[in-house]
Design a protein around this ligand. Sequence first.
Ligand code: CO
Length: 154
Amino acid sequence: MGIRNIFKEEDPILRRRAREVITFDERLGLLIDDMIETMRKAEGVGLAAPQVGISRRVIIVETKEGGLVELVNPVIYEKSGKQIGPEGCLSVDPSKTGYVERPMFVKVKGYDRNGKEILAEGEGLRARAFCHEIDHLDGILYIDKLCQPPKSEE
Ligand code: CO
């Protein structure tokens, strides 16, 4: 299929809790490949399956330092610290950003497309991306979590 359409904030699929993946089949692999292509074309650092119209618990994150990771049924099992920084989303007007508070470090576990368990961790932007994408699976957008910029940046 290749590049898929990115659903926008007014679409109800972005407000639903996505379902767990139970079957690790060829279709899942195709979905993940298409998500990677779609994210890279849009120059994003992450994407969640509901953003391409599939209400399943699948995310990808790609940052310069950490590279690409795909996570099926991802769960944050450890977090620490906090950071307040600007965030954007391919499903919201991409020219817009808003400040959101996130943990500074997270550890995430999930599965790859073959059902093999994967552990991943992120700091800074990568931690923010994991949290942002996992929020998508619960129907949450960054615009629901806006906060004031840190004092030094006002
Ligand atoms: Co987003």
